[in-house]
Design a binder for this molecule. Structure first.
Ligand SMILES: *[C@@H]1O[C@H](CO)[C@@H](O)[C@H](O)[C@H]1NC(C)=O
Ligand SMILES: *[C@@H]1O[C@H](CO)[C@@H](O)[C@H](O)[C@H]1NC(C)=O
Ligand SMILES: *[C@@H]1O[C@H](CO)[C@@H](O)[C@H](O)[C@H]1NC(C)=O
Ligand SMILES: *[C@@H]1O[C@H](CO)[C@@H](O)[C@H](O)[C@H]1NC(C)=O
Length: 470
């Protein structure tokens, strides 16, 4: 459903005051500072204001669902143990590599941003499971480990599903980075074009470009392949390998709690959720686990993403095909050719699928981004992840916190190079330039070679889409 198609100058809908305490908590990598931001607004022309308005509206309002920033002034404790990068899909965003500009003979002519929302509260069902585990711990008459004593006074009061302010800051920071990097591409005639994927229960007011309903055809969500399997078998295997020892340790520390391995998983997940809810200050739940235990937790996420919509799921990659066909259309400025998840009505209309923009931003979800990576050929693994043994090789690039942390982003840059302006593409995931072996390139492929390489998408998943309904 198109909630709103915006033409012309967007109304800025955010309000942040200079000097308000709400900053970019924990975003050491957000290299633009607030003073700089405000200087830009103050000194610059209408164009710059429009750019800011659009980019910031797009990130600032994304998934905020009415959360306000007031009174969030705490500084973030340093991640001294380095555990935040072991929280899999619940890791706060970090740059997987330092952004490098394209070769000096090239300039960027178009960017396609695929963006995950920032940190949110647990889903309703995860929240229920987490509370069950917390109640069991709290029922223990005495704790043998002083790190658990905070539980005597702990009350679980996280919300469900909504973006937390910390997550809004992550989205905001993404917008700042994009603004700083790609501002030169935006003019009044070349406003970024933004799409969101939203479930109908999301309360949503901002006038953004297009909203794709998760109940309909939607290239930004993984809800259109009913026959796709899940990662339950693999994650359960790993649960049974890794979590019994951790569970035994906790049950010794809280005699009588009778935690199960599932409870233990849920309690570890409360560390990132509660940290985000505390605006980035480390939750006491993080203190009760050690680094090795977080590594096992990360591996749960690695397996989950690999076997849910990644290479380990037969019908995973096909769910990314619709987005890639839209990407090809934008890169070539030709109509979309796709018979999978696209909404042909929307994609056939220049108001809802323009082909003349220089910046496109699409807001999506972790599982869908994984499907798109796999359909593209990114992060291909030599072998499938082993659900019984954590693969310690550094060559294993399938690490969920680097693929889809909160605020994850994939950017496909289109470049014009040399005197002839020959067209190339480059793909960055969380700022790390990806090797493009699949189209014969190193860090760049010619646009034609890239499109040639996407035969799986161009052929509608080579029969896989039909299998989604068998
Ligand atoms: C396609 O988009 C149109 C316009 O938003 C909407 O009315 C329709 O329900 C969508 N169809 C599907 C199958 O998603
Ligand atoms: C729990 O709260 C009470 C009252 O605020 C405080 O006196 C006590 O020290 C707290 N206990 C723990 C274990 O934090
Ligand atoms: C834990 O299990 C023991 C033995 O099965 C039982 O006596 C106790 O009530 C259980 N505790 C809780 C909190 O369920
Ligand atoms: C939605 O997708 C299905 C499957 O590809 C297709 O049959 C249908 O025509 C699409 N509807 C629209 C409005 O694009």
């Amino acid at each position: 459903m198109v909630a709103a198609v915006r033409h012309g100058v967007p109304e800025p809908r955010w309000e942040i005051e200079e000097g308000s305490p709400s900053d970019l908590h924990g975003y050491e990598n957000a290299s633009i500072s607030r003073p700089l931001l405000y200087k830009n607004v103050a000194k610059d022309s209408k164009i710059q204001t429009i750019m800011l308005a659009t980019l910031f509206a797009m990130v600032w309002l994304a998934f905020t669902c009415g959360v306000s920033f007031s009174g969030q002034g705490e500084a973030v404790a340093a991640d001294s143990a380095g555990i935040r990068r072991l929280w899999a899909q619940y890791s706060p965003w970090f740059a997987a590599d330092e952004y490098r500009r394209p070769p000096s003979t090239c300039h960027i002519t178009q960017v396609n941003i695929l963006q995950r929302h920032g940190a949110r509260f647990p889903t309703t069902s995860a929240g229920t499971r987490i509370q069950t585990a917390v109640r069991k711990l709290q029922a223990a008459p005495a704790f043998a480990d002083p790190r658990l004593s905070f539980l005597r006074n702990f009350t679980y009061n996280l919300g469900t599903e909504d973006l937390v302010p910390f997550g809004a800051a992550e989205s905001f920071s993404a917008g700042e980075i994009a603004f700083k990097r790609y501002a030169h591409l935006v003019t009044p005639d070349q406003l970024p074009f933004v799409r969101f994927s939203l479930a109908s229960h999301h309360v949503y007011s901002p006038k953004l470009s297009v909203i794709l309903s998760e109940e309909g055809n939607d290239t930004l969500d993984d809800s259109m392949c009913p026959s796709a399997g899940s990662s339950d078998a693999q994650t359960t295997q790993w649960l049974n390998v890794f979590y019994p020892a951790v569970t035994a340790r906790l049950n010794k520390a809280a005699p009588g709690a009778n935690l199960t391995t599932t409870d233990t998983y849920n309690l570890i997940s409360l560390c990132p959720f509660d940290t985000a809810a505390r605006n980035g200050r480390q939750s006491p739940f993080c203190e009760i686990f050690d680094r090795e235990e977080f590594r096992g937790f990360e591996y749960s996420g690695d397996l989950d993403k690999f076997y849910n919509t990644g290479y380990g799921q037969e019908l995973g990659p096909v769910q990314g095909v619709g987005y890639i066909n839209e990407l090809i259309a934008r890169l070539k400025r030709i109509p979309v050719v796709d018979h999978t998840q696209t909404n042909r009505t929307l994609d056939g209309d220049p108001a809802t699928f323009p082909l003349d923009r220089a910046i496109y931003a699409d807001f999506s979800h972790d599982n869908q981004m994984i499907a798109i990576y796999a359909a593209l050929g990114l992060f291909k693994q030599e072998r499938s992840l082993d659900p019984l043994h954590m693969d310690p090789r550094p060559s294993r690039t399938w690490v969920t916190s680097r693929l889809v942390p909160f605020g994850a982003r994939m950017v496909v840059e289109k470049l014009a190079c040399g005197d002839g302006g020959e067209e190339f593409v480059r793909i960055l995931v969380n700022d790390a330039v990806q090797p493009l072996d699949f189209c014969g390139g190193g860090e760049l492929c010619s646009l034609d070679a890239f499109i040639e390489s996407q035969a799986f998408a161009r052929n509608d998943g080579q029969g896989d889409f039909g299998k989604c309904f068998q």
